[in-house]
Design a protein around this ligand. Structure first.
Ligand code: CP
Length: 320
């Protein structure tokens, strides 16, 4: 594997999930592969889970890591080509990525959307530059439109709760309220990954004018009636995203969209999923998040380790 930008870089999603779950059983089986190998983790935006789970995954493979929080630890980076850099930016992305990629064998990068210029975000301008400037394989730790490591952990978690998709299940991605304008990446990516699994019936529910770009929702049934969507659901995946049509805008603040215990009662004893971090009693009420009957968010978070580890493993195997 030479790059991991999206699910399209995966030849067989079922195989990847199976191998990731095997790694979870025997996390140190490939510890020898990382000898004298370094993984660089570059964050243009904050992180808790991605940052630490990637370090743990690298450790399990015997790799060294370095981590750079660009805005805190580094020079101010110029993203635009052809700029006259006589204002506040001090180093161009071109040199920064080229240099960092010489200090590691795999480069993993997080860079969020600007949520103001839809075309710029949709075209993944920054991530494509990073792919272009890097001399080593690149992993997407969340880009303008996608968060594939999260989605891999999510589908692994669904696999664990369905005895590896033994029977069909209904998965609902539900928009939920939030106070800030958030990216579409988790929702887009989740939609892409579940659409690769034929045993999943997938429904998206969101307020009007919050439909995801059809490039990602990929024909998934979308309804603005949340209660109707929840009926017979086996998994409720809650996530906020800003409007795509009115790009980056918050059009709905209606707390009726919050995931409550009463809504979970409409489902087929569904499990509650969220990528975290989550705002309690805004996105989901405590009674759901704190309930071992409903909530599997910690299992998802734990699977972030093995999702990263299988991707790093496949990259290391392609290096040697
Ligand atoms: N879910 C997720 O990516 O968490 P962090 O933003 O904390 O890495």
């Amino acid at each position: 594997m030479k790059k991991f930008f999206s699910v399209e870089d995966v030849i067989d999603v079922h195989d990847l999930i199976k191998d990731a779950l095997l790694l979870k059983q025997n996390p140190y089986d490939f510890h020898y592969l990382g000898k004298n190998k370094t993984i660089g983790l570059v964050f243009f935006n904050p992180s808790l889970r991605t940052r630490i789970s990637c370090q743990k995954a690298a450790f399990n493979l015997g790799c060294n890591t370095w981590v750079l929080d660009v805005h805190r630890d580094s020079w101010t980076i110029e993203m635009n080509d052809g700029s006259v850099m006589n204002l506040t930016t001090q180093e161009h992305l071109k040199e920064a990525i080229s240099v960092m990629s010489m200090y590691c064998d795999i480069l993993a990068v997080r860079t969020f959307p600007n949520l103001s210029d839809r075309d710029y975000d949709d075209r993944e301008i920054i991530f494509n530059k990073i792919l272009n400037y890097s001399r080593v394989p690149v992993v997407n730790m969340e880009s303008a439109t996608l968060h594939p490591l999260q989605s891999l952990a999510d589908v692994m978690t669904i696999a664990e709760f369905t005895s590896f998709f033994r029977k069909r299940c209904k998965v609902v991605l539900s928009w939920a309220p939030h106070v800030k304008s958030l990216p579409h990446s988790v929702a887009n990516s989740f939609s892409q990954w579940v659409s690769k699994i034929k045993q999943i019936d997938f429904t998206i529910t969101c307020p009007e004018r919050y439909n995801l770009h059809k490039k990602f929702s990929n024909g998934a049934y979308t309804t603005h009636n949340q209660n109707k969507a929840f009926i017979n659901a086996d998994f409720i995946y809650a996530k906020n995203w800003s409007s795509y049509l009115d790009y980056g805008k918050i059009l709905c603040k209606n707390s009726d969209w919050m995931i409550t215990e009463n809504k979970m009662k409409l489902t087929n004893q569904a499990k509650f999923m969220h990528c975290l971090p989550v705002r309690r009693n805004v996105v989901v009420e405590d009674a759901v998040l704190d309930s071992s009957k409903y909530s599997i968010v910690l299992q998802q978070a734990k699977n972030r380790i093995y999702a990263s580890q299988i991707i790093f493993l496949r990259m290391l195997q392609s290096l040697s």
